[in-house]
Design a protein around this ligand. Structure first.
Ligand code: ATP
Length: 290
């Protein structure tokens, strides 16, 4: 049985803005996305006569609702073949955390199947396939630092984020992105991030200025929906990071440190109090072979 194992990175949003609504009624976003070294592990083996999906988390669906399943189905449709495949997803990225864990798994399955079948798809075809799985999937596939527009699927590469340490905490309780967007529509006068300033800071490799310009338009919305997110942010701020910010539509919050020892202290202390606390670094790659 041919088998491959891949690592699928989580993403954080360094900035997240909403520009308006698309013709289809979706929220048009502008976001600087960054992959970090926190990975779901996926192994894919050809064999059997169906898509046979396993995960280590009982509450994550194992059927068509799972992005990993959807990715395999769409891959076979795209290449015009049907094979049985066994997919094993070891979830490490917290679920419903705004860290694109589901999208990362979809990207991982596309990567693994493309490798197993001798790379039949070009990068352009892979991008189109990833878009069909979900808006954040193309970013998770290619990774690094990118400006995302549209509903997240239109990507332009940006200079890499300067080296730093990222401590992430996800409180108990997640938020559904759909509910967050609905609540967002009831808010007015929200503050918009200065994306251009953040991009200029990336071009200068200026971590301090980048952190100053990082902002997430959804923070006040999500703080009102799940106040523990604000408490987690306050906890992280006690360790004097350069920045603490909610990722995506919550509920995880990350803190950026230029001092690795300070980040380790923060991680050690908070990991003893929160189930979901991680330390990672920015990466310049998407899915990689394990
Ligand atoms: P995003 O940052 O893209 O908004 P998220 O981190 O908020 O994503 P996910 O962890 O991707 O959210 O999960 C959202 C929902 O998707 C969960 O409730 C889960 O049941 C479902 N889901 C489907 N496939 C997966 C998967 N492979 N891993 C995790 N959740 C999945």
């Amino acid at each position: 049985m041919k088998e491959i194992s891949v690592l699928c990175p989580a993403k954080i949003n360094l900035t997240l803005d909403v520009l308006g609504l698309t013709d289809g009624g979706y929220h048009e976003i502008k976001s600087i996305m960054q992959t970090v070294s926190l990975y779901d592990e996926i192994s894919v083996a050809i064999g059997g006569n169906k898509i046979d999906l396993h995960t280590n988390l009982p509450y994550v669906p194992r059927d068509e609702r799972n992005t990993a399943y959807k990715a395999a189905k769409l891959f076979f449709e795209t290449v015009g073949a049907t094979y049985g495949v066994r997919i094993n997803v070891k979830k490490v990225i917290p679920v419903a955390a705004g860290m694109a864990g589901g999208s990362a798994d979809g990207a991982g399955v596309v990567f693994a199947l493309n490798m197993l079948f001798g790379c039949p798809l070009s990068n352009l075809e892979i991008t189109e396939l990833c878009k069909k799985i979900g808006a954040d999937v193309p970013f998770c596939y290619f990774g690094g630092t990118a400006l995302a527009g549209g509903i997240g699927e239109k990507l332009s590469a940006l200079p890499s984020m300067p080296d730093c340490s990222v401590v992430t905490v996800k409180p108990r309780g997640g938020l559904s992105a759909g509910e967050v967007y609905k609540t967002f529509d009831t808010f007015s006068d929200l503050s918009h991030p200065d994306s251009e300033k953040a991009i200029a800071a990336l071009c200068r490799r200026d971590l301090h200025s980048l952190c100053e310009s990082m902002e997430n338009i959804f923070e006040p919305v999500c703080f009102s929906m799940l106040p523990v997110i604000k408490s987690v942010k306050d906890e992280l701020l006690r360790f004097s990071p350069l920045k603490a910010l909610m990722s995506g539509s919550g509920s995880s919050v990350f803190a950026i440190f230029d001092d690795a020892d300070a980040a380790s202290r923060c991680h050690r202390e908070l990991a003893s109090r929160f189930d979901c606390c991680f330390i990672a670094k920015p990466t310049d790659k998407g899915v990689i072979i394990k």
